[in-house]
Every structure is written in C-alpha cells, then in structure tokens.
Write a protein that binds this ligand. Structure first.
Ligand code: HEC
Length: 459
C-alpha cells in the first residue's frame, strides 16, 4: 500500500491524481488536514510541557509529572486528559493572570494557537503522523539547568553545586499506607558542615527524598515545587543565616493510599555560602504580611479578607509568594504609592491552587519607595462545591494546620541602597540583630508546630 509510506502532509496532493476508485480518499483528505503528533503536536508539547513531562525530568522540588510528552504512545494514551487539563487551565501550571505575562521568571503561559492545535490534535484522534524527521529528546527539551548535577562525597547530587552545609530529618519520615495527603512541619538537623556561625547564603536547594513529596516550603531553604530548581542568588545578593538556625520544612506528601504504598522519605536540604572576601550588596529579606483575624463561616463560597501593609524603607522587590490553604480561592496584591490613591495590581491569581506554591520572582527587581502600601486581598471558598475543601461545615480560622487557613502575602526584598558588606568582616550589628530576632520569633512560632502531624503514625 503505497499511501502508508507517504507522510500525511503530502496526502493532500494524493487525491489530485489518485483515481476515484480509492474509496478512502475523502477520509485521507480529512486526516491530512488535522494535526498529527510528529508533524505538529510534538513541537507544541515540547515547548510547553516537556520541561516536566519527559522521561529524564530531574526531580526538582517534588513529584515528577506522570508521563512523557516526548513519547507518542504516552502522549496518545493521555490525550483525553491532556485536553481536559488544557481546557480547565490547570496545565501548564501557573497561577498569575495573563495580564502579568512578561513580569516574572519561569512564567508558564500557553499561547491560544498552541492550545488550539493540541485540542484539535486530540479531537481528531491523536494521530501519529510521520516520525522520520523526529529530533532527539535533547534537542526537543534541552534541560533548563546544568545537564549534570554536582556530586557530593556521600553520592548525593545537587543542581546548585556541592553544598557547604546540609540539613536532614533526624530519621526518615514514614508516610503510611493509609496516607493520601499529609502536611507535617518537620525540624531538620545539621547533617554535614557547620552552622554554628552566622553565614551569608548564596544558594539553597531542597532535594526531595521520595516521589510522594508534592511540594515543600521551608523557613530557610525556600520552596520546592515541581519544575522549580534551586534558589541561586545573583553574585552580591544573599541572605544572612543566623548561628544555629532552627531549620524547618513543611512537607506536602500526596500519594495513592492502600497496601504497599507506604514510603520512607528522607528529603534533605543544602546551603551554599559566600566565601571570605566576597561582597554582599543586597541582603535578601522576607516578610509575611498577614491578617490572622479571619473567621470563615461554614459553607461560605466567597469569604473575603483584606490586609494593609506599609513599606517603611526604599526597597527592591524581588518576589511575591502568597500562601493560603485548601479554601484559598483567589488572591490580589496591590500597590499604592505614597502619592496615592490609585492602586496598581502587582499580582492577580484568579484561581489559587494550594498544590502549586509558586514564587513569583520578578525578572527585574522592582523599586518601591518608602511609604508605599501593599493591599492584600484573599478570597476563600468554604463551600462543598470546592473539591479541595476538607470540611465545609467547619468555621475556619487562621492557623498552622492545613485544615486551618492562612492569608499570607510573603514577599522577598532588599534595601535599595547597596550595602558593600565584605564577607568575613564583622557583620553589621543591625543585620545580625534582625536575623537573630527573626530566628527567635520562628522558634516561638514553631514550638508547637515542629511535631504537628508527626503524631500520625502508621498502625
Ligand atoms: C512545571 C511542570 C509541569 C509543566 C510545565 C506541565 N506539567 Fe502537567 N503535570 C505536572 C505534574 C507535577 C503533574 C502531576 C499532577 C499533579 O501533581 O498536579 C502533572 C499532571 C498532568 C496531567 C495529568 C493530570 C491528571 O488529571 O492526572 C496532564 C494531562 C498534564 N499534566 C498535561 C500537561 C500538559 C498538556 C502540559 C503542557 C501544555 C503540562 N502538563 C505542563 C507538571 C507539569
């Protein structure tokens, strides 16, 4: 059958000279016009999805995506779900409204044309097309990070380079058979290196210790979500880690429950330090504007909570990281300059998803003058119509457990003035005091939390 050897694209011309005796002629013309995997969809999938959906995807910050879009067989098998997820907007994962396109690093927007093409491809039966010119996986999805991680002496691998200090759980965390969703806040201990002196940190990385870690958020190690690599600051930017820090990490474990699904997790974290003589111009800090005074009535589908936060000094704004739990529905962060009164929307997340803790990191740090105000607005859905809602009959207040709520608007910043701090020389009193004070505050805050949830034991 000669036609089988002809690429579908070229079938378009076939009917021009083929005889009418070819009964399947009409069907062939239709097939020719619909997109195929090798000729059309593969390029779109690799551009938008292969960062995570590929066979050798580095396990960056947690769960790896469930299939590879670089394999026709897998993409075809998942085609109906691909269409669903494109239509409901949950893939590719990104929270910021399209009005912010161009503002943040690692943003993920799929263009209307790309989306249309994939939906058409699925609707037309997810045909294969012509594999003859297929580029290699590497050409299709070049790794965003260094191709090879650095290997530490103990065999652990790190994308940011071999850490100067490592922290780990006292013992691996057992995630029980019956567990589906669990979010303990766990204390980490020093596993290598020395944290007994204050350190200037250049980079941090969280290494997931199992595939059931969906994401995690740590006070000093930053966040890990799928697709996000280590936090590496530009030269001259970094944060001050106080001596003997209490490093905690809030783990989000998500898995199927049932016999044989128990797993031991040994997630670890690493710090890279600046070296004596390096100069720190920008001391990265973060603060968490929040309103603890919330009481979300049972069943309320659209509870709104606001908070106003004044910025006291000239700053460079680096990143925004809003955080709520299962009832979080949408969040808006607005900036009011001192001359006011208009507000500029810094971030609008119309469809907040607790499963994806994004850091909205500016491509270019943004200057904000002293006296500006940050207006935080969160909306919550405590109704039964919210599929993530653990209990629509509960009145929900601010609190650490995932069944409580939060309405945080953490942001990362540095003072606008370059500091010229030389690493190894005395640390400015004020900075040290602030880091220590913060550490004490964290210790107080976390005292009751460290073991929160850990009492859930596997019987
Ligand atoms: C940043 C990484 C990332 C990108 C980019 C990404 N995905 Fe995903 N995807 C995931 C992860 C992780 C999961 C696992 C499900 C989860 O935990 O939410 C997933 C799950 C899925 C699923 C299965 C959902 C289900 O209901 O079981 C589909 C289908 C999917 N992605 C399609 C896509 C498509 C299509 C694109 C590109 C247009 C894409 N994804 C881009 C990370 C990603």
């Amino acid at each position: 059958m000669i036609s089988l050897k002809i690429a579908p694209r070229h079938l378009q011309v076939l009917p021009l000279f083929a005889s009418a005796a070819l009964g399947f002629q009409v069907a062939l013309v239709q097939a020719a016009q619909s997109p195929t995997y090798y000729d059309d969809a593969l390029a779109v999938l690799s551009r938008n999805c292969a960062e995570c959906h590929r066979p050798d995807a580095p396990n960056l910050g947690g769960i790896t995506a469930p299939f590879s879009v670089l394999s026709y067989e897998e993409a075809k098998a998942w085609a109906p779900v691909i269409a669903l997820r494109l239509e409901d907007g949950s893939m590719p994962p990104w929270g910021a409204h399209r009005q912010h396109q161009g503002s943040f690093k690692n943003e993920r927007y799929i263009s209307d044309e790309d989306k249309r093409l994939l939906l058409d491809w699925v609707a037309a039966g997810a045909a294969a097309g012509n594999p003859s010119q297929r580029p290699t996986d590497k050409e299709l999805a070049p790794a965003a990070l260094a191709p090879e991680p650095a290997l530490a002496a103990d065999g652990s691998s790190w994308w940011m380079g071999v850490p100067h200090a490592r922290v780990a759980f006292p013992e691996p965390i057992e995630v029980c058979e019956q567990t589906r969703d669990w979010q303990p806040t766990i204390r980490m201990e020093v596993a290598a290196g020395d944290l007994s002196e204050p350190r200037w940190v250049k980079a941090t990385e969280i290494r997931p210790g199992s595939s059931v870690m969906h994401h995690s958020v740590s006070n000093y190690l930053g966040v890990a979500v799928p697709g996000r690599g280590p936090q590496v600051y530009p030269q001259g930017w970094g944060f001050l880690l106080p001596a003997d820090p209490l490093v905690t990490i809030n783990m989000h474990y998500a898995k199927q429950s049932g016999p044989g699904t128990a797993i031991a997790d040994d997630t670890t974290g690493g710090f890279l330090f600046y070296q004596p003589g390096d100069v720190i111009d920008h001391v990265v800090q973060n603060t968490i504007p929040m309103n603890r005074d919330i009481a979300i009535p049972p069943g309320d589908p659209n509870y709104m909570a606001t908070h106003e936060h004044r910025i006291e000094q000239d700053i460079l704004l680096l990143a925004l990281a809003p955080h709520a739990h299962y009832r979080g529905k949408a969040v808006k962060l607005e900036l009011e300059l001192p001359q006011g009164p208009e507000r500029e929307t810094l971030l609008w997340v119309p469809d907040y998803d607790f499963n994806w803790q994004f850091h909205y990191e500016y491509k270019e740090p943004r200057f904000v003058p002293a006296g500006a105000k940050l207006h935080v607005t969160w909306w919550f859905d405590n109704s039964a119509a919210n599929p993530a809602n653990p209990d629509p009959t509960a009145e929900v207040r601010y609190g650490p457990r995932s069944v409580d709520e939060m309405m945080n608007a953490r942001y990362y910043f540095t003072s606008a003035e370059p500091q010229g701090i030389v690493v190894g020389e005395e640390i400015p009193e004020e900075l040290l005091a602030r880091a220590t004070q913060r550490e004490h505050y964290l210790r107080e805050q976390l005292a009751g939390w460290e073991t929160a949830g850990l009492s859930e034991r596997c019987q």
